[in-house]
Design a protein around this ligand. Sequence first.
Ligand code: FES
Length: 153
Amino acid sequence: MTLNINNQDHTFEADANMPLLWVLRDLLEMTGTKYACGIGQCGACTVLVDGKAARSCSIPITSALGKKITTIEHSEPNSLLRSLKDAWVENDTPQCGYCQSGQIMNALALLKQNPNPTEEEIELGMRGNICRCGTYPRIKKSIQLVIQKNKKL
Ligand code: FES
């Protein structure tokens, strides 16, 4: 099977029902995407599938074939993902860090859909991503920093 991940085709052998998260972590060694609840409820495993946030622990490979998958490892200079990563660093956003790649990927999907969300829209858009360390205020601040910087461009 072949999946397009971060604009590169990756070919591997796997059971068709294997969740995308297992492909990323175990077969392709892209361990930035995290396993947490395993039932699509917490958001730690969030990636983008065709630009939309998706829970990779709950997507079988067959549902991802032919689609563009973006993970936290994607490195593109001057991209929205790069800006989010920089804002996360600037605001010292993570605590333990476990949820944060999922938070960033969900924020990326949010800003792709709505480049200028209100505070309430950010809270609503990020609501499904759980942070046990309670870094929600810093996550919101980091998203707002990206929005402010984009306005100045
Ligand atoms: Fe620890 Fe979010 S930073 S779970």
